[in-house]
Design a protein around this ligand. Structure first.
Ligand code: T4K
Length: 386
């Protein structure tokens, strides 16, 4: 049993109406079970469970067509995808990255023996601030690892311009960015490689899973080699690869999820718009999904709680929890404040004022295509102080 189910069972919240039903930060969307049966029958009859089966090939093709990008290599999760991407691009030395992300972003650097150099973020998008990148570049810098946080595109043109001038690789942690658009179509067209997460909590899930979006077939071939232990043939191992393969069950789920994606996205947009309508005007709350900050894919519903709100962010977080609403502080604490990174990084995590401010004010409210209107009202009532 996982830690959230455990904690919910052992300490049932009691809200004023006496309802104990927990509302989580998200709930995975699932295709109708009956739609899955034919896929399961085919897997059972073929006994092809993994190692690049039919559904794996089908999903890779469908995704690159949907995104309008180069080839897509499926992986078993985004963390392995990030580790593989850095390896495939031969990144070395120092990598400029954001302190405002999930631990997988900077952990992937450490798994490759790389040094993260954290730079500050933009106040509105909470993505890495391109204006702060150049001052962090040294003779050892070889790449920029940026995150499209909450599914809002980074300033991809500014980042690429800096990278071109300094001959740096650009890798996008696009774990949140399934369906994210930018001025030229899919944001996944930018950088050398983009890595998506298909984890249960993501806008598009295959239970566990992910994908690396490549620019060309040669890079996909290299990643395919690396994700299969480095095998070139039955007897030849060309690289120190890893097991990064997606299995046929997850690929089948992905094929089905893709069929429903646009419908579910529309539901998320409606929920986001409703939240925004109700929360706009409450002193001390800023809705980051607001269109004024650029297009978003509604994968999260992040708000900033500042000193003008009637209680602190943490008090609101606890108040919601006491009413069975499990909002989350994505991303607090900053990666650079974790002891593992402080030890490594001493000098390079200074001047992260904006990141620290955002991290201390952020709250992600429950979001998902299946959230019911009575659940939304419970969340809003707690925030509005009812
Ligand atoms: N880069 C970035 C920027 C990321 O945000 C992430 C992952 C990654 C890379 C790495 O991607 P993967 O290697 O995972 O593909 C969650 C997710 O586990 C993690 O994937 C995600 N980011 C992160 C932002 O959130 P937790 O520890 O908060 O998850 P957890 O288990 O507490 O789940 C949150 C809520 O979701 C639960 O309270 C209930 C609900 N839930 C969760 C699961 C797993 C369900 O209803 N069903 C489920 O099966 O990290």
């Amino acid at each position: 049993m996982s830690r959230y189910h455990r904690s919910v069972e052992h300490q049932p919240p009691t809200d004023k109406e006496g309802s104990c039903e927990p509302i989580f930060v998200t709930r995975p969307s699932l295709p109708p079970l009956t739609d899955l049966i034919p896929y399961l029958e085919e897997i059972w009859s073929s006994r092809v469970l993994t190692n690049g089966g039919k559904f794996h090939a089908e999903l890779e093709k469908a995704l690159s067509e949907k995104f309008g990008t180069g080839p897509v290599a499926l992986v078993n999760n985004a963390t392995i995808g990030l580790i593989l991407a850095l390896k495939a691009l031969n990144v070395s030395g120092e990598v400029i990255t954001t302190p405002y992300s999930f631990v997988a972003t900077s952990h992937a650097l450490l798994w490759n023996g790389l040094t993260p150099v954290f730079v500050d973020i933009d106040a509105n998008t909470l993505n890495i601030d391109p204006a702060r990148i150049e001052e962090a570049i040294t003779a050892n810098t070889t790449a920029i690892l940026a995150v499209h946080c909450y599914g809002r595109a980074c300033d991809v043109d500014a980042i690429q311009e800096i990278a071109d001038r300094h001959n740096l690789r650009v890798i996008y942690d696009a774990a949140h960015a399934f369906g994210t658009t930018c001025h030229c179509g899919s944001v996944l067209n930018h950088g050398d490689l983009s890595i998506l997460s298909f984890h249960a909590t993501k806008i598009f899930n295959t239970f566990e899973g992910g994908a690396i979006v490549c620019k060309n077939q040669a890079m996909k071939d290299q990643i395919d080699l690396l994700k299969n232990f480095g095998f070139q043939s039955e007897t030849s191992v060309a690289e120190v690869g890893i097991n990064g393969k997606m299995n046929e069950f997850s690929a089948a789920i992905g094929i089905l999820q893709l069929q429903n994606f646009n419908k579910l996205l529309e539901k998320r947009k409606q929920i986001s718009d409703y939240y925004e309508e109700r929360l706009t005007g409450i002193s001390g709350i800023t809705c980051l999904n607001s269109a004024k900050f650029g297009p978003i894919n509604y994968s999260y519903f992040p708000v900033l709680i500042d000193e003008n709100y009637k209680m602190s962010r943490d008090e609101l977080y606890e108040r919601l929890k006491s009413r069975g609403v499990y909002a989350r502080r994505y991303f607090y604490p900053l990666l650079s404040d974790l002891p593992i990174y402080q030890k490594l990084n001493g000098g390079s995590s200074k001047n992260l004022l904006q990141a620290r401010k955002s991290s201390n004010s952020i709250l992600c409210l429950p979001m998902g295509s299946d959230i019911r209107s009575d659940e939304l009202e419970r969340v809003l009532a707690a925030i509005e102080g009812i």
